[in-house]
Design a protein around this ligand. Structure first.
Ligand SMILES: Nc1ncnc2c1ncn2[C@@H]1O[C@H](COP(=O)(O)OP(=O)(O)OP(=O)(O)O)[C@@H](O)[C@H]1O
Length: 744
């Protein structure tokens, strides 16, 4: 009897599931039909628009403004139509990945299931990578960036809320959260979850081999990542995330989110992505078209500063050489003075000292003393100083122009009161025209910078009294010598850009509304301070990991100064991402072991549970044996289906040597003269550590990390940490002699 009941229950349940499955299948079929219909419709319309614009183009005469307007409108319609078509084309195979069912209610009105109001409208929304509509009012699939989609990433079933497009909370009861697996427009599976993108679903996704462009993670965005993606662009966001925690990925999704939700406020060409090298930039921005983001500016910090300096300081023309920390010299021990200089350049003291010098320079140029005219004080010193204070953010040239204009009107007033003739007034005005300085001053950035450096030596007490950490004279002399010998670095460029901004009237600093800095720990706080001064109204998304600071002396080893003294601790947001999505548990544990031996503050890594092979460590008798071992590993990797493999070396010189040796036996990606110009590709790459930053490979072989190449120092630990955490599935260490202490 009991058995029969059980069977009945089972049958009922089974029937329920079958019917639910059928409903989902039908729904999917309807969505696919809508998308297919859109595709047909847009294809036809696009053909028409193309034909029309072609005709307009063929008849175009530059003297016909009307035709010109039509052509511009036609081209813009064409590109809108192309976008709409592409959106539908890319949606057809996997139209959506999630569904949420909810009812809205008033605040504090908990929805008791017994007291459900039958009139409450149940919303059932399907969420996809692309928002798809049947008509302008009939939305079939909601875009993942829409405010309501946040519920899918953030909430568990039950009471919840999300923010409306205007920032007001909307209270809901979430009844269902469903995740779909769809392929080739067919339903493969679905399951209802409380915590979306649970480890099983995520692990399935993570265990795949990776492409040579960063992937989008729309379907598996995690709650803590979602919070960062959807934070407003009105304040700055700083993220500390362990290697592989998705910092770069989150930054790219955040751009997509901001541009979608704040269309009226931001244009994509006002956004700048700043990264540490071009290979990384190409890799990370490869995902943007997939996220519906186009026309973003992307550049290295050096390129960015060069653009800002424009004609005022041209490295090539002036025959300066940009110092590279990772060339041959990196293996040669730096002197104490060199280390002290690097630390100073990256610190806030450097730029604050320059700021003091420029403030002083400004006062000396303007000479803001009281102005007496016709026995009357027409412009008092306190009035001038008050004026300067109001316009303190304007460049000196603009202050001069404004002060001259203000003085002119005061002189005119005195003369008019004295009822002077027009000609006399104009002669008097001429006398004071350039009182505070010329309309276009000649400003030589190099000269001012050099004078500042000399001043640091000659008037050290001025700066020390202000509590800046100014290094000893020989350290500043080293900086002056380098500059005189035309050897400069990123920090010199930043200071020159700062001088330009403070003194010159320029349009080079306009049209920057949001800056995204990836691998931010590689840059000293002085650079961020300069950027903040250059772009007052701009906000920042700053992604980094102090544990991966490979520019140990100049870069950031903690976030405190940046948070407290460059940005606004009360207004801005600081997030920590602790989960690593990239590495297997075995690789993550190995990386943690290295970090445990260091004295610096580390952030704990929580790997997503995905197991792989143990890290292999092989000692060889000599270099030839090492080469053979590497070839063996690669051959096994190939058999296992791994497509991206990196042999990571310490220096550029070692990289070239290993490359030469390997290419005799296997096909390795070619090395270009300037490694910066290389592209991240499928296959086998030999790279120095600093070029692998931000990248990831199916398998990594760490080349000869012996005790001569890596000392047991914090700086070397950070380098090894970067190298180790590049590996997605397998990590191999091949060495001869004695293994570095940090690894043993
Ligand atoms: N929510 C997620 N779902 C699926 N994959 C994810 C998720 N978050 C991150 N990943 C994957 O983890 C890997 C690491 O991401 P990413 O490169 O953005 O990390 P990172 O923090 O910038 O790393 P690093 O500090 O080493 O540069 C990528 O392959 C990315 O696709």
């Amino acid at each position: 009897m009991e058995e029969r009941m059980d069977n009945n229950c089972f049958e009922e349940k089974h029937e329920e599931l079958r019917s639910e499955w059928k409903k989902e299948e039908d729904h999917l079929e309807q969505c696919v039909a809508v998308i297919q219909n859109n595709i047909n419709d847009y294809t036809e319309k696009l053909k028409m628009i193309r034909d029309e614009t072609k005709e307009l183009y063929d008849n175009y005469r530059s003297n016909n403004p009307e035709l010109h307007n039509d052509l511009v409108i036609g081209l813009s319609m064409q590109s809108d139509m192309e976008r709409a078509l592409n959106k539908n084309l890319s949606a057809i195979e996997k139209p959506y990945f999630g569904r949420i069912d909810y009812v809205e209610h008033e605040e504090n009105e908990i929805q008791d299931s017994d007291k459900k109001n039958p009139d409450d409208k149940i919303y059932s929304l399907y969420i996809g990578k692309n928002g798809i509509s049947k008509s302008s009012t009939d939305i079939v699939i909601v875009d993942w960036r829409a405010p309501v989609s946040s519920v899918y990433y953030d909430s568990e079933t039950g009471e919840s809320s999300y923010l409306s497009p205007y920032g007001d909370p909307i209270f809901i009861s979430l009844n269902l959260k469903r995740t779909f697996e769809i392929g080739d427009s067919k339903l493969i599976d679905y399951y209802d979850t409380d915590v979306i993108a649970n480890d099983e679903f995520l692990t399935k996704y993570l265990s795949k081999n990776k492409e040579v462009v960063l992937g989008e993670i729309i379907a598996t965005i995690q709650k803590e990542q979602n919070e960062i993606i959807r934070d407003t662009p009105w304040h700055n966001v700083i993220v500390q995330g362990v290697a592989g925690s998705g910092k770069t990925t989150v930054a790219m999704h955040r751009i997509s989110y901001i541009l979608y939700n704040y269309k009226e406020k931001f244009r994509s060409d006002e956004f700048y992505i700043i990264g540490s090298n071009k290979m990384l930039l190409n890799y990370i921005t490869g995902v943007l078209p997939n996220l519906d983001v186009y026309n973003i500016n992307q550049m290295t910090m050096v390129e960015f500063l060069n653009i800002l300096l424009n004609k005022d300081f041209d490295i090539k023309k002036n025959k300066y050489v940009l110092k590279d920390n990772f060339s041959k010299q990196s293996q040669i021990k730096k002197t104490g003075n060199e280390i002290a200089l690097n630390k100073f350049k990256g610190s806030l003291s450097f730029v604050k000292a320059l700021e003091t010098y420029i403030n002083d320079y400004e006062i000396k140029s303007l000479k803001p003393d009281s102005i007496v005219y016709h026995n009357k004080e027409v412009y008092s010193q306190s009035e001038i100083l008050g004026f300067l204070d109001i316009f303190k953010d304007k460049p000196l040239q603009e202050k001069i122009d404004l002060l001259n204009k203000r003085l002119s009107s005061k002189i005119r007033l005195v003369n008019e009161k004295e009822q002077q003739e027009k000609e006399t007034i104009s002669i008097e005005l001429k006398k004071f025209k350039d009182y505070f300085g010329k309309k276009s001053m000649k400003i030589n950035l190099i000269e001012i910078y050099k004078n500042f450096l000399q001043d640091l030596i000659l008037n050290q007490q001025n700066y020390i009294n202000l509590n800046y950490d100014i290094p000893e004279e020989q350290v500043i002399r080293l900086l002056i010598d380098n500059f005189d010998n035309k050897i400069i670095d990123l920090y010199d460029l930043a200071m020159l850009a700062y001088i330009k901004k403070r003194l010159k009237l320029t349009i080079d600093f306009e049209q920057v509304s949001h800056i995204i800095v990836d691998e931010a720990q590689d840059f000293g706080v002085s650079v961020f301070y300069v950027m903040k001064q250059l772009f007052h109204d701009c906000t920042y998304t700053i992604m980094g990991d102090i544990t991966q600071n490979i520019y140990y002396d100049t870069g950031m080893n903690d976030w405190e100064t940046l948070k407290e003294e460059v940005f606004y601790p009360d207004k801005d947001k600081f997030y920590v991402l602790a989960k690593s999505y990239r590495n297997t548990v075995e690789i993550s544990n190995f990386a943690s072991k290295v970090l445990k031996q260091c004295t610096f503050k580390t952030y704990d890594i929580e790997p997503v549970i995905r197991h792989g092979k143990e890290v292999s460590i092989t000692k060889s008798a000599n270099q030839q044996e090492m080469v053979s071992k590497v070839i063996d590993i690669i051959s096994t990797n190939h058999k296992d289906g791994y497509t991206t493999i990196a042999i990571i070396c310490r220096t550029m010189e070692e990289t070239r040597m290993v490359h030469e040796n390997l290419k005799k036996y296997i096909e390795v990606e070619g090395l270009t003269e300037n490694m910066e110009d290389m592209n991240f590709t499928n296959g086998i790459m030999v790279l120095p550590i600093h070029m692998t930053k931000g990248l990831e490979f199916d398998s990594v072989i760490l080349w000869n990390p012996d005790c001569n190449s890596y000392e047991a120092t914090d700086a070397d630990a950070k380098l090894l940490y970067v190298a180790i955490t590049r590996a997605l599935h397998e990590l191999h260490i091949v060495y001869k002699g004695e293994l570095a202490k940090l690894l043993s």
